[in-house]
Design a protein around this ligand. Structure first.
Ligand SMILES: [Zn+2]
Ligand SMILES: [Zn+2]
Ligand SMILES: [Zn+2]
Length: 272
């Protein structure tokens, strides 16, 4: 079984076990190129738990337990203002669990390690689809988190690598981001901001209609960045009451150009 198939089936099985009354739904499945030519990573995003869950961080904690019951290792969780993030790893696979506020969507994005044709190469710190939060993929190393010329060895043609020996972050590392492969927007040096055209754009929020919150998520995910055309985005989600209706806001930082992307869906009222 390929890694892409394995990780999708594993996440679907965990979702079905954790929420027997709500079928897990594959919202997106895609591949990221590696910064090292010939490498590719496969990713999948699955929505789980349906739309009738209580707004409770315990739901995400329970889902993390379902991952550990299935043989994954927990890499911690944190909550803020009703949103919860949790992380799990297993055998080169990683999963990011997210529950929005309200309750917002409960979604798992999981990925394979970068698979290379031929000999194994170094694993990048990030590919574009694994960047989340208020961060962007490093334009210099494209996520590698190492000097691209020597792939972190500091050796090139039997000499010290001229690209990174005197770099800002030390021999072997990317001179822009060090080892992280991405950059936090808040902590980015001013001279780098010009590499990310979206940072200068105002937030572009679009107003839309949906029938369910999961349906709104399915509608939002294929939409592309108005600044750079990138589709990938680790959306967050906050659902609030808005008179007779619900308002569901999907939003996130474009991992390619730094633009703030947002979609506000008006949904039928919950009747609660
Ligand atoms: Zn870098
Ligand atoms: Zn180097
Ligand atoms: Zn963009």
């Amino acid at each position: 079984m390929s890694g892409a198939v394995w990780v999708r089936e594993a996440v679907l099985d965990i979702g079905a076990a954790a929420f027997p009354d709500a079928s897990p739904l594959v919202v997106d499945a895609w591949s990221d190129p590696s910064p090292i030519a010939g490498g590719v990573r496969h990713l999948v995003t699955v929505a789980m738990g349906g739309d009738e869950r209580p707004a409770d961080p315990a739901v995400c904690a329970g889902l993390l337990r379902a991952f550990t019951d299935a043989g994954w290792r927990s890499h911690g969780s944190h909550s803020r203002d009703g949103e919860t993030w949790a992380y799990a790893k297993r055998d080169g696979f990683e999963a990011r669990l997210y529950e929005g506020a309200g309750p917002g969507i409960l979604a798992v994005t999981a990925w394979t390690s970068v698979l290379y044709q031929g000999r194994d190469r170094v694993q990048p710190a990030h590919t574009i689809g694994t960047v989340a939060g208020d961060a962007v993929l490093c334009t210099e190393c494209e996520g590698l988190g190492l000097c691209r010329a020597c792939e972190g060895t500091n050796r090139l043609n039997h000499r010290r690598c001229p690209e990174c020996t005197a770099g800002n972050h030390g021999p072997g590392y990317c001179s822009y981001c060090g080892a992280s492969g991405m950059m936090q927007v808040d902590a980015m040096p001013g001279w780098l901001e010009g590499h990310f055209p979206g940072l200068a754009e105002p937030e572009a929020e679009e107003s839309l209609f949906g029938s369910t919150n999961t349906g709104a998520f399915v509608d939002a995910v294929p939409r592309t960045c108005k600044t750079c055309g990138e589709r990938r985005c680790a959306y967050r989600n906050i659902v609030t009451a808005d008179g007779e209706h619900l308002s569901s806001r999907f939003f996130g930082r474009c991992p390619r150009c730094g633009a703030k992307r947002a979609y506000a869906y008006r949904l039928p009222g919950s009747g609660k």
